[in-house]
Structure formats: structure tokens, C-alpha cells
Ligand binder design. Structure first.
Ligand SMILES: Cc1ncc(COP(=O)(O)O)c(C=O)c1O
Length: 388
């Protein structure tokens, strides 16, 4: 029988656990969004997002999930018939490519095997083959495989080749560094329910200066996702239609927590916690999909031992230990399990997860020892580079 949900350790890659301050912020009474109070809330949220993402102008926030943010990046910047190159390193890269194609964009794909990152020189070669490509579509952090893209390097390439750069950072922003203006990212799409530690329901798109200029021109048909009224109104605390107000309060609370910890420290913590998780998993004899040098700071995907499936592991972890991990997606569904370490996931939760994994694996007769996994993780976790 499963434990009460309050006792569950939620380590699926979104929605992620909420800090207490974020949970409590949901209880605030409603206000009208045509009020000075909303203007103050909007200003606080904008300041936080602009610092977190390094953007010099308003960041657009739609009611919606990450998919909405991706669609908004497309309809505001691309035109039907445009040719784009989509870098596909997993399920979400393919979704972004399919979405652009659904909007009448000519999509070329560069597909790499699951667990691999996108080599920038291959992207460059593809762009050179077809000089009329107008934009690159890239996944910052591929949640299906746990691979992180070197966005700074891709941004350099995009600038050198004069192409737009549209980025899916749904599971990156808040856990991996992002510099929208500095890295030449035309649009970066993210969502509330991952490393930002807010419930699902906010689709966030940061356009750089060039993106904010380009989207003023005609693109695809757009109304709900039209970024123009947001960019015009937000500096005065005005939004074109009803915002998901409680989630804005919660986002403000989450950004406050991040600012208090320090933006750089938040990123360093994610790196360090992720290193510990990977060390712990390896100590259990589990093979990680991502090569260490491009491993995600927010989510880790690992293969199951020969002959075992997620259906064997996940119910055992959940039922006996209250630890909730996630199965693989699409082509990886039967072979891979994913563990999130983003946002408010604490080392305490991850300790329980490693011990629980050790228990289930050793119960299967495998030479896995949860205590040893914990020691391996603790060695990484103890290497703090700052004093909280
Ligand atoms: C990288 C990435 N892109 C897009 C999405 C889709 O986001 P949503 O489910 O919020 O629409 C997800 C969700 O897991 C994701 O991880």
C-alpha cells in the first residue's frame, strides 16, 4: 500500500516539490489584475526573472504549461515557410521540431542517439549546407535523457551564422545557468513546475533585444500567444488578459528564495547535488545515459539492470519507500528511469532515494549497497563552494 502523499518523496522531473513559502503564497486572496497591487507583484516577478535569465526587457508569462511557451516562441518569431534546423537529442527536441512543422515551418533535423549531446561542429556543418536556414531550435536540457546543451557555444554559432536561436529550457532555467542576452538567445521558453519550484501553469518566454524587435513584425497568426501586448504593458504592470494570479504570487515567492540564496549559488547547488546523485547511482552499479561532461544538473536518466523494467522498480520504490521516480519516455520507456534533482529537491530526499534504490536492487540479488551509494554521494555533497 502506498504511503500518504505527504510522506512521498517526489523525485519525478516535474512537477517538483514546493518550498513552504511557495505553498503558502498560493493562499493569498485574489486581487484584480487591473490594480496597483498587481503592478507591484508584476514588477517583483519581472525583476526576478530578468536577473535569473539575464534579460534586459520584459519576460512574457502566459497561463499554460511548457508546451505553450514553446508554441509562443514559434508563433512570435517564425513565419510559415521559414526553414529551421532542429537539434534533436531526445523526446522533447523532437516535440519542438514537430511543433514547428505543424505551423508550416520547413524543419530540418539533426538527430543524435539518446544520451548524446548535440555537437556544435555538426550543427555548423548543417547550417553551411543550407545557408537559407533562418533559425536553430535547441533543447537546453533534454529531460528524457538528462543531457545538457552548451548553450553559450550554440549561441556563438547562431550569431556567427546570423540565425535566430529558439531554446526549450523547460527543465533547464532555474537549475542551469542561462544568459539570454549574453548568449544571443532570441527566445527561451520555460515553465513554472520544474526548477522554478512553482506548480504547473505558467509558460514563460524570455526574448532577447533582437527577439523583442523581430516579433513586432508579422509572423504567424497569433492572438493568445501574441507577445506584443505583454511587452508593451508589463513595464506598467499591465497584462492583456487574466493572469494565473496565484501562480504569480508563488513565482514571486520562489524567485525571492532564489535571490536570497544567490543566483549563482542556486546553479552551483544544482551542479553539486547532481554530481552526488550520479556518484550514488554509479556506486549502485547503475549506468547513466549522459556522459559526465554533458550531464544535466537537474535530472539524471539511468538504465535498469539487465532483465528489469521500470514496472519492476517504480512500484517497489513507491510502495515500500514512498520514493517517486519517473519512467523513461517513448523509445526509452521500458529501459530507463529518471530521477529529478531540481528546484527544492533536498539532499535529505535524495539520501532516502539512494537507500531505497539500494534496498530494491539488493532485494533482486544484485550487489548494490545503499550505504555505499550514500557515501559516494556525500563525498560530492560535502564539497560545498559556499557557506549557505
Ligand atoms: C524539456 C521539456 N520541454 C517541454 C516540456 C513540456 O512541458 P509541459 O509538460 O509543461 O507542457 C517538458 C516537460 O517535461 C520538458 O521537460
Amino acid at each position: 500500500m502506498s504511503l500518504l502523499w505527504e510522506d512521498e518523496i517526489l523525485l519525478a522531473p516535474g512537477p517538483t516539490p514546493l518550498p513552504k513559502a511557495v505553498r503558502e503564497a498560493a493562499l493569498k486572496p485574489m486581487i484584480t489584475h487591473r490594480s496597483r497591487a498587481f503592478g507591484e507583484l508584476a514588477a517583483e516577478v519581472q525583476e526576478g526573472l530578468q536577473k535569473l535569465l539575464s534579460v534586459s526587457g520584459p519576460v512574457v508569462i502566459y497561463p499554460g504549461s511548457g508546451t505553450a511557451a514553446l508554441e509562443a516562441s514559434i508563433v512570435n518569431l517564425l513565419r510559415p515557410g521559414d526553414k529551421v534546423l532542429a537539434a534533436v537529442m531526445g523526446v522533447f527536441g523532437q516535440i519542438y521540431a514537430d511543433m514547428a512543422a505543424a505551423h508550416g515551418v520547413q524543419v530540418r533535423t539533426l538527430v543524435v542517439p539518446d544520451g548524446e549531446g548535440i555537437p556544435v561542429d555538426l550543427l555548423e556543418a548543417e547550417l553551411e549546407k543550407e545557408p537559407d536556414i533562418r533559425a536553430l531550435l535547441v533543447t537546453h536540457n533534454e529531460t528524457s535523457t538528462g543531457v545538457l546543451t552548451d548553450l553559450a557555444a550554440v549561441g556563438d554559432l547562431a550569431r556567427a551564422k546570423g540565425v535566430l536561436l529558439l531554446v526549450d529550457s523547460v527543465s533547464g532555467a532555474g537549475g542551469a545557468p542561462v544568459d539570454v542576452e549574453g548568449w544571443g538567445i532570441t527566445a527561451l521558453a520555460t515553465a513554472s513546475q520544474k526548477a522554478l519550484m512553482v506548480p504547473p501553469g505558467l509558460a514563460i518566454v524570455a526574448f532577447n533585444e533582437e527577439g523583442r524587435r523581430l516579433l513586432q513584425e508579422e509572423t504567424m497568426p497569433r492572438y493568445y500567444f501574441d507577445a506584443r501586448p505583454f511587452l508593451k504593458g508589463l513595464p506598467e504592470g499591465d497584462v492583456p488578459y487574466t493572469p494565473a494570479l496565484s501562480l504569480w504570487y508563488q513565482l514571486a515567492a520562489a524567485l525571492r528564495l532564489m535571490a536570497e540564496e544567490g543566483w549563482t549559488q542556486v546553479m552551483e547547488r544544482h551542479e553539486r547535488v547532481a554530481r552526488g546523485v550520479r556518484a550514488g547511482l554509479r556506486a549502485l552499479g547503475l549506468k547513466i545515459l549522459a556522459p559526465e561532461e554533458m550531464a544535466s544538473p537537474t535530472v539524471t536518466a539511468f538504465y535498469l539492470p539487465e532483465g528489469r523494467t521500470p514496472q519492476d522498480l517504480l512500484p517497489a520504490l513507491e510502495g515500500r519507500h514512498g520514493v517517486v521516480l519517473a519512467r523513461g519516455l517513448r523509445q526509452l520507456a521500458g529501459r530507463v528511469v529518471r530521477i529529478s534533482h531540481m528546484g527544492a529537491v533536498t539532499e535529505t530526499s535524495l539520501r532516502r532515494a539512494l537507500l531505497a534504490l539500494g534496498d530494491v536492487l539488493s532485494g533482486w540479488g544484485l550487489p548494490a549497497d545503499g550505504r555505499q551509494a550514500l557515501e559516494a554521494a556525500e563525498r560530492e555533497w560535502s564539497q560545498k563552494t559556499w557557506v549557505p
